[in-house]
Unconditional design. Sequence first.
Length: 78
Amino acid sequence: MAFIRIKKIKGYDYYYLVRSQWDPVKKRSTQHIIKYLGNAENINIKDIPEEHRDNPKVLSLLALSSTIQKEKSQHMID
C-alpha cells in the first residue's frame, strides 16, 4: 500500500511517496521510499508514478494540498 508522507524541514513541507511492507522475521512493518516528490507547493499529479495515481490515499492528499495552495494564493491577493 502506497501513501504520501509529509516531512517538515525548516518550516517547509516535503512529500515522499512511501510503501509499507510487512517484515515477517522482525514482525513489524517497514516503510520504503518509492520516490521523493519535492516541495509541497510545487507538487502535481504528474509527479506521481502512473501505477500510484489512482490510489485514494495519494489522491486525497493531493486534493487537500491543492486546496491549501489555493487558499494561500487567495490570501496573498487580498
